[in-house]
Design a protein around this ligand. Structure first.
Ligand code: NAD
Length: 468
C-alpha cells in the first residue's frame, strides 16, 4: 500500500494551500481532487466572478464617462470574447496550483476519495480502479460545499441556473431574475445588470445580505434600483411555468399574495451546503452536525484525532481565505508545530458595486455583547481621491469600545472596500485603538484616508467633516 505522512482530500482553497504547506514542512503529502484543482474559488467562484465584475465595470465606464469628457461610441460587449478571457485566467491559475504543489513536493492525484479508516483512504480513479492509500500522520478533509437547489427550480443549465453556469454565460440574458439576495445573487446579478440585463432580485428575508450592517447594504440596494432593477424582499420563489415565447413566468409569494414575474433566465443563489456526504465519515465515526458541517477543535482536528477538516466543510463562514488559513494551520499541526486557529477576525468582502467589506463587530453585535460603543464615520463624498475616481457613494464606519477606544469593527461600503478592509483586519489583530488608526500617516490622496478620518471622527478630530 502507498503510504504518505498526510493525505488531503480536496484541492480547493482549503486543500491546496494545506498540501503546499505540508510539502514546505517536508511532509510526504498526497492531495486528491476529483475535478480541476482550485476548487469552486478558482474554477467558477471567486476568480471567474471577479473577472466578470471587472469587465462589467470597464464596459459601464467606457459607455458612461461623458461627464468626465470621455465620449465613446459603439462600445459593445462580446460575451464570447469575455468568456474566453475569463477562461484563460482560470486556466492559468489552476495550472499554477498544479505547479505550486509540484514545486513544494506534494503529489496530486485525480480521483474520488473516501475515508475507510482513521489512517486510510480509498481512491476511485478515472479508469474505475480503486486504490487504498495510507496516511501515517493525518487525513485532511477539504471537500468544500455545493450549491443548494430549490426543488421547484431544478437546474436545467440554460434558463434555470446556478452560479457555475452564471459565470459561463455566452449570451447576456434580457431579463435576469435572481432568487436569493445574498452574496452570489448580488455580485453576479449586478454584473449582468451592467452588461444590459434587466435585474430582479427575490429575497426571502426582510434584508439583502443578511448579517451585514444594513446601512452598508442600503447603498448597494440604491444602486440596483437606480440602474432600473427591482427588489422583492420577504418574497419566496414558489415555482415557474415556461411560456409560449420561451420566457419563464416565476411565481413568488409576498405576504401571502402570489405575484408573477417574467424572466428569461433565473439564477438560483440560495446558499451552499457542506460536502460531507459520501466520504465514509459515518463508518469511521467522524461527527457531522445537523447542518452537515464537521466540527473541529482549535487545531482543526475532528473528534477522530488523525482526521482534520478545513474550509467550508468545517463550518461557516464559507470563505476562501478562511479555508486557506485553516489549511495552513492544519498543515503545521500535522508537521508537529504548535499552531492553532487564533485569529481575531475573518474579514468579509462582497464584490457588489460599490463593494462592501467588513471586519469585526457591528455596533449592534457589540451592544448585544454588553459593550458600550462609539462610532466614527467618514463619507467617500468628502474625499478628494473618491471624487477624482467618480466613486463617491458609501462610507467607512469604525466601531470602537467607548471606554477603552479599542477598535471593535470596521465596515466599509464604497470603492475598493475589499482592499481597504485589510487595514481594518490588521487593526483588530493588533488590538489597535482609534488613536492608532487616526494618527497613522496615510498617503494623500488615497481612499485609505477615509479609515483614518473615520477613526478621527470617532475621537472628535476629523479634519474634512464636521465632528459632533
Ligand atoms: P447566501 O447565504 O449569501 O445568500 C442566500 C440568500 O438566499 C439568503 O439571503 C437567503 O435568505 C436567500 N434565500 C434562501 N432561500 C430562498 C428562497 N427560497 N427564496 C428567496 N430567497 C431565498 O448564499 P449565496 O449567495 O448562494 O452564496 C453561497 C456562499 O458562497 C456564501 O456562504 C458566501 O459566503 C460564499 N460566497 C462568498 C463570496 C464573497 O465572499 N465575496 C462570493 C460568493 C459566494
Amino acid at each position: 500500500m502507498k503510504t504518505y505522512d498526510a493525505i488531503v482530500i480536496g484541492g480547493g482553497p482549503g486543500g491546496y494551500p494545506c498540501a503546499i504547506r505540508l510539502g514546505q514542512l517536508k511532509q510526504k503529502t498526497l492531495c486528491i481532487e476529483k475535478e480541476t484543482p482550485g476548487g469552486i474559488c478558482l474554477n467558477w467562484g471567486c476568480i471567474p466572478s471577479k473577472a466578470l465584475i471587472s469587465a462589467a465595470h470597464h464596459y459601464e465606464r467606457a459607455k458612461d464617462s461623458a461627464f468626465m469628457g470621455i465620449k465613446a461610441s459603439g462600445v459593445e460587449i462580446d460575451p464570447n470574447a469575455l468568456q474566453d478571457w475569463k477562461d484563460g485566467i482560470v486556466k492559468r491559475l489552476t495550472g499554477g496550483v498544479r505547479s505550486l504543489l509540484k514545486m513544494n513536493g506534494a503529489e496530486l492525484l485525480a480521483g474520488t476519495a473516501t475515508v475507510v479508516s482513521p489512517t486510510e483512504v480509498e481512491v476511485k480513479l478515472a479508469d474505475g480502479t480503486v486504490e487504498r492509500i495510507q496516511a501515517t500522520k493525518g487525513i485532511v478533509l477539504a471537500t468544500g460545499s455545493s450549491t443548494i437547489e430549490i426543488p421547484t427550480f431544478k437546474f436545467d443549465g440554460k434558463q434555470v441556473i446556478g452560479a457555475r453556469e452564471a459565470v459561463s454565460l455566452r449570451e447576456i440574458p434580457k431579463r435576469l431574475l435572481v432568487i436569493g439576495g445574498g452574496v452570489i445573487g448580488l455580485e453576479l446579478g449586478m454584473v449582468y445588470q451592467k452588461l444590459g440585463s434587466t435585474l430582479t432580485v427575490v429575497e426571502a428575508l426582510p434584508d439583502l445580505l443578511t448579517g451585514i450592517d444594513p446601512e452598508c447594504t442600503k447603498v448597494v440596494e440604491r444602486r440596483i434600483l437606480k440602474r432600473g432593477g427591482a427588489i422583492h424582499k420577504n418574497a419566496k420563489a414558489l415555482g415557474y411555468e415556461k411560456q409560449a415565447d420561451g420566457s419563464l413566468a416565476v411565481r413568488i409569494d409576498v405576504a401571502g399574495q402570489t405575484q408573477t414575474l417574467v424572466a428569461d433566465v433565473v439564477l438560483v443563489a440560495v446558499g451552499m451546503r457542506p460536502s460531507s456526504k459520501g466520504l465514509g465519515l459515518e463508518q469511521v465515526g467522524v461527527t457531522v452536525d445537523a447542518r452537515g458541517f464537521i466540527p473541529t477543535d482549535k487545531q482543526g482536528r475532528t473528534n477522530v484525532p488523525t482526521i482534520y477538516a478545513v474550509g467550508d466543510v468545517s463550518g461557516p463562514p464559507l470563505l476562501a481565505h478562511k479555508a486557506s488559513k485553516e489549511g495552513e494551520v492544519v498543515a503545521e499541526v500535522i508537521a508537529g508545530h504548535k499552531a492553532e486557529k487564533d485569529w481575531v477576525s475573518i474579514p468579509g468582502a462582497v464584490f457588489t458595486d460599490p463593494e462592501i467589506a467588513v471586519a469585526g463587530l457591528t455596533a449592534e453585535e457589540a451592544l448585544a455583547k454588553g459593550l458600550e460603543v462609539t462610532i466614527g464615520k467618514f463619507p467617500f463624498a468628502a474625499l478628494g481621491k473618491a471624487m477624482a475616481m467618480a466613486e463617491t457613494e458609501g462610507f467607512v464606519k469604525v466601531v470602537a469600545d467607548k471606554k477603552t477606544r479599542q477598535v471593535l469593527g470596521v465596515h466599509i461600503v464604497g470603492p475598493e472596500a475589499s482592499t481597504m478592509i485589510s487595514e481594518g483586519a490588521l487593526a483588530l489583530e493588533m488590538a489597535a485603538f482609534l488613536e492608532d488608526l487616526a494618527s497613522t500617516v496615510h498617503p494623500h490622496p488615497t481612499l485609505g484616508e477615509a479609515l483614518m478620518e473615520a477613526s478621527a471622527h470617532a475621537l472628535g478630530s476629523a479634519i474634512h467633516i464636521a465632528n459632533r
